[in-house]
Design a protein around this ligand. Structure first.
Ligand code: GLN
Length: 252
C-alpha cells in the first residue's frame, strides 16, 4: 500500500489531562504518534483536554491519557466522569484511545486507592481495580492478540492497583514477564474496539512502533487496518524492543 491510500492528512489527538496524568515519560507516547504520523506526511494537532475545558469531540481522531498518582487520579475523576457520554460515543465510533495505568483504571468501573477512596470510573472497560501491596514495579514483556508483528509488547509497570477483568473484558496481552493486571491471572491490560488500557509505561509507544502504527491506522480510518498506512522503517526501535524481549526471562 502506498501514500495514496492515506485517507486523512491531518489528525487531531486529544491528550487528556496532560498536567495531571503524566508519569514515567507517558508524554513520549504522544511524541511517538506525532513523529510516525509526520514521517508519513500526516500532520497531528495535539489538543490538551484540561479540567473543565470544553472539548470539540467531533474533531477528535484519537485520544491519549497517561498514568497518575492516586492524588492526581482523584483530582480528575469527577471531570472525567462528566466527559464519559461524549468520549464513549466517539470510542464506539471506533476512534482509538490509549490509556496508561491510572487512566486505564479509570476507564473501568472503579479504582479503590491505597487509602480506601473509591474513585468511580467511566465503566467503558469491564474491569475493576483494588489496592494491593507491594507495588508492582519492573519491566514487562507480554504477547498480544492484536494484529501486529511481532506480537510482543514491552514496557515498564509501576502500580499499586490490581485490576480484575469482568466477563465483558478482553485482555490486551498475556504476561511473560512482570505482573500485569493483578499478578495472578497472567493477563495484561484490556481492550474494546480500538480502545486499549494497559499498565505499560515506558514510554510504551517508542518501544513498540508496531503498536504506534496500529493506533495511527485506526485514527486515519476507524474501519481500516494497518494495511492502509504507508509502511515505515522501524528497525532501530525494534532493536531496542528485541533487546528487552531477550533480556526478559519467560516466567511461564
Ligand atoms: N495510582 C495508581 C496505582 O498506583 C496508578 C499508578 C500509575 O498510573 N502508574 O495503581
Amino acid at each position: 500500500m502506498g501514500w495514496t491510500s492515506i485517507k486523512k492528512s491531518h489528525l487531531t489527538l486529544l491528550h487528556l489531562y496532560p498536567d495531571h496524568m503524566n508519569l514515567y515519560g507517558d508524554r513520549g507516547n504522544v511524541i511517538a504518534l506525532v513523529h510516525r504520523a509526520g514521517r508519513r506526511g500526516i500532520d497531528v494537532e495535539v489538543v490538551a483536554g484540561e479540567l473543565g475545558k470544553p472539548i470539540g469531540w467531533q474533531h477528535v481522531d484519537m485520544v491519549f491519557m497517561g498514568g497518575g498518582e492516586d492524588s492526581h487520579q482523584s483530582r480528575i475523576a469527577e471531570d472525567f466522569l462528566l466527559r464519559a457520554p461524549e468520549l464513549t460515543r466517539r470510542l464506539d465510533d471506533g476512534i482509538p484511545m490509549l490509556a496508561i495505568c491510572g487512566a486505564y483504571q479509570l476507564l473501568g468501573h472503579y479504582y479503590r486507592t491505597v487509602d480506601g477512596q473509591k474513585l468511580p470510573g467511566i465503566g467503558y472497560l469491564d474491569v475493576t481495580t483494588e489496592p494491593g501491596r507491594p507495588r508492582a514495579i519492573g519491566d514487562v514483556v507480554c504477547e498480544t492478540t492484536l494484529p501486529i508483528v511481532p506480537a510482543t509488547l514491552v514496557g515498564f509497570e509501576n502500580h499499586g492497583g490490581r485490576t480484575f477483568l469482568g466477563s465483558g473484558a478482553t485482555p490486551l496481552a498475556t504476561i511473560y514477564r512482570g505482573q500485569g493486571n493483578n499478578g495472578q491471572d497472567h493477563t495484561e491490560g484490556a481492550m474494546k474496539l480500538h480502545t486499549i488500557g494497559t499498565y505499560l509505561h515506558g514510554s510504551l509507544l517508542p518501544k513498540n512502533p508496531h503498536l504506534t502504527d496500529l493506533l495511527l491506522s485506526w485514527a486515519v480510518d476507524p474501519s481500516g487496518s494497518l494495511m492502509d498506512l504507508a509502511p515505515m522503517d522501524m528497525s532501530l526501535e525494534m532493536k531496542a524492543h528485541e533487546l528487552i524481549v531477550a533480556r526478559g526471562e519467560k516466567v511461564r
